[in-house]
Design a protein around this ligand. Structure first.
Ligand code: FE2
Length: 169
C-alpha cells in the first residue's frame, strides 16, 4: 500500500518496530540457552523483561493513535537475527566466542532500535503526540542503557575470548 502522509509513514514504522521487538524478544530467549557467562546471561535476562515492557508500550501507542497493534514484517530485524544466530552457531566450539557473538549481535540490535525510536520520537513530536513521544522515549532510554552496558562489558568479553580462543587454536 502506498504511503502518502507523515502519519501513514509513522504508523508503518511503528508496525515495523513492533514486529522487530517481537523477533528480538524471541531471539533473546533462544540465545539465553547458548550463553555461558553470567554477564551475558544477566544482560539477556534483564533485557528480555524490558523488551516485554517495550512491546506493551508500543501497544499503548497504537491505542492512543486509535489503532489495533499490528506487526509489519521487518526485514531489518529478521536479517539481524539470522546473522546473530549464524555467528553463535559458528563459534559454538569456543564458549567465550559464543558470549562475544551474543553481545556483539545484541549491540547491533540495540543500535538498530535506537535509530528506529529516535526517528519515531521526532515524528510523534512533529505531530503533537506528546504521550506517544513519552512512551517511545521510555523504550529509547532502555535501548540506550542496554547498548552502553554491552559496550562497557565488551573489553572483558574480548579479553576472555582472546585467552581461550588462542588456546583452542
Ligand atoms: Fe532492545
Amino acid at each position: 500500500m502506498a504511503i502518502k502522509t507523515l502519519e501513514e509513514k509513522f504508523i508503518h514504522s511503528l508496525g515495523d518496530i513492533y514486529d522487530a521487538e517481537h523477533r528480538f524478544l524471541e531471539a533473546q530467549q533462544t540465545l539465553l540457552e547458548s550463553a555461558h557467562s553470567t554477564t551475558v546471561t544477566q544482560l539477556l535476562n534483564t533485557h528480555i523483561g524490558e523488551t516485554e515492557q517495550q512491546i506493551a508500550n508500543l501497544e499503548q501507542v497504537f491505542g492512543i493513535m486509535g489503532l489495533k497493534a499490528k506487526r509489519v514484517a521487518c526485514d531489518g530485524a529478521k536479517g539481524l537475527v539470522t546473522e546473530g544466530n549464524k555467528l553463535v552457531k559458528e563459534t559454538s566450539d569456543v564458549p567465550a566466542l559464543v558470549d562475544l557473538a551474543i553481545a556483539g549481535g545484541c549491540s547491533k540490535v540495540e543500535h538498530y532500535e535506537i535509530a528506529s525510536y529516535r526517528g519515531l520520537i521526532m515524528g510523534a513530536e512533529l505531530m503533537g503526540q506528546t504521550e506517544v513521544a513519552r512512551l517511545l522515549s521510555e523504550n529509547l532510554r532502555q535501548e540506550e542503557n542496554t547498548a552502553t552496558t554491552i559496550e562497557s562489558n565488551m573489553p572483558d568479553l574480548l579479553t576472555k575470548a582472546m585467552k581461550t580462543a588462542s588456546k583452542a587454536a
